[in-house]
Design a protein around this ligand. Structure first.
Ligand SMILES: Cc1ncc(C[n+]2csc(CCOP(=O)(O)OP(=O)(O)O)c2C)c(N)n1
Length: 323
C-alpha cells in the first residue's frame, strides 16, 4: 500500500521501503500528490487538519477517507470522513493488517516513478559542483554525512520545503519538522532539548539565516552545558520562503533581504566552532568533521542558491506522472 507522510510524521515509515512516496504538505502540487489523485481510498492515520490543509489531498472532496486517531477530527469541507475510528492507533493498524491478510487484499502499485523523481533531484545535488550550493546538494550531503539515527530538526522557511521533500529518513523521529503555526527559530532550543534527551545521538539543527539570528543566543546555553551540537545555517541573506511566496503571488519581492554577521567570528565569540562553506565540497568536509567530534558546538554556514526555488515551481508545474 503506498504511504505518504505529513511533515510532522516524516520518518514514521522508512524511505528505504518501495512504497514510501515521501511527504505531502509542500505549497505546490508535488510528486506524491499524483499518487493521491489516483487513490479512491485514503486511510489517514494520526492526522489532524491543523497540520496542513486537506484540500491538498482531497481537492474535489470526493475521496473516501478512513480516519484513525485518538481524537475526533474537526469538520472540514475537504475532509469528510467516511469512517472515523477513534481508538488506539497502533491497535487499530494491527487489526487492519490482520483483516487485510484474512481477506487476501493486496496492493500491486509500487509507484516507482514517484520515487525515481525524488531520487533524480537528489542525484542533481550529488552531481552539482555549483557554488553557492543548490538546496538539493545540501540535503544530499547532509544525509550522506549523518548516521541513520541522527536527529535532525528542521526550521521553518524555504529550508523546510527542501528538507521535507528530499531528506531521506529511515527511523521515526529522526527528522523533526513543525507545521501548523510553523514558528521560526525553534530548532536551536529544540536541538538542546533533543541532545539532553538523547545524548548518544548526533543532533543537528537545520536553520535559515533568518531563524538562526532570531534565537542564536541559545548557543551560549549549548556551550555552557557542554553539548555536542551541529547547527547548519542555510545562508541567503533573506527570508527566503517569504521571498519565494511573494514571487509566486506578485512576481516581485521586497523588504525581505538583510545582512548577516561573520558567522565564524560570531560562533567564536560564544566559544563555539564556526565554519563557513566557500566551495562546493566544504560542506561535506565540515559536516564530517562536526559529526566525528564528540564535543563542541559547531555552526556551519552554507551559502545556498535559492534561484532553485522558482525553478522547482516551474518544474512541478510541467511535470505529469502517469500511474
Ligand atoms: C516567529 C515567526 N515569524 C515569522 C514567520 C513567517 N515566516 C515563515 S518562513 C519565514 C522566513 C524564514 O527565513 P529563513 O529563516 O532565513 O529561512 P529561508 O526561508 O531563507 O530558508 C518567515 C518570516 C514565522 N513562521 N515564525
Amino acid at each position: 500500500m503506498p504511504v505518504v507522510t505529513t511533515f510532522m510524521s516524516k520518518g514514521v515509515v522508512s524511505d528505504r521501503l518501495q512504497n514510501t512516496l515521501g511527504v505531502v504538505g509542500f505549497m505546490h502540487k508535488d510528486y506524491e500528490n499524483f499518487a493521491i489523485d489516483k487513490a479512491d481510498l485514503i486511510i489517514s492515520i494520526g492526522y489532524t487538519s491543523q497540520q496542513f490543509d486537506p484540500q491538498k489531498i482531497n481537492p474535489n472532496g470526493d475521496k473516501k477517507i478512513i480516519h484513525i486517531n485518538m481524537i475526533r477530527q474537526d469538520v472540514d469541507a475537504h475532509y469528510s470522513v467516511t469512517l472515523n475510528i477513534i481508538a488506539n492507533i497502533s491497535a487499530s493498524i494491527h487489526a487492519l493488517v490482520i483483516a487485510l491478510k484474512a481477506d487476501q487484499i493486496t496492493f500491486d502499485k509500487p509507484m516507482a516513478e514517484i520515487k525515481t523523481l525524488i531520487q533524480a533531484e537528489l542525484a542533481d545535488g550529488q552531481n552539482s559542483a555549483a557554488f553557492p550550493l543548490i538546496p538539493q546538494k545540501i540535503v544530499y550531503d547532509l544525509r550522506c554525512t549523518l548516521p541513520d539515527d541522527a536527529i535532525v530538526l528542521v526550521d521553518t522557511g524555504a529550508v523546510k520545503m527542501w528538507m521535507a521533500r528530499l531528506y531521506q529518513t529511515y527511523l521515526p523521529n529522526t527528522c523533526i519538522i513543525d507545521n501548523g503555526l510553523s514558528t521560526m527559530a525553534w530548532t536551536l532550543p529544540g536541538a538542546l532539548g533533543a541532545k539532553l534527551a538523547r545524548p548518544e545521538r548526533v543532533v543537528v539543527a537545520v536553520m535559515g539565516d533568518g531563524s538562526f539570528m532570531m534565537n542564536s543566543q541559545e548557543i551560549e546555553t549549548a556551550v555552557r552545558e557542554h553539548l555536542h551540537l551541529i547547527i547548519v545555517v542555510w545562508e541567503d541573506h533573506s527570508y527566503g520562503l517569504i521571498k519565494w511566496k511573494m514571487k509566486i503571488e506578485i512576481n516581485e519581492a521586497n523588504g525581505v533581504d538583510f545582512g548577516n554577521p561573520d558567522f565564524v567570528q560570531y560562533a567564536a565569540s560564544f566559544g563555539a566552532i564556526g565554519r563557513k562553506v566557500t566551495n562546493s565540497t566544504d560542506f561535506s568536509t565540515y559536516m564530517q568533521e562536526a559529526v566525528a567530534a564528540t564535543t563542541g558546538v559547531f555552526i556551519i554556514a552554507v551559502p545556498v542558491d535559492y534561484r532553485e526555488n522558482m525553478k522547482l515551481i516551474e518544474k512541478l508545474g510541467n511535470v505529469s506522472v502517469h500511474l
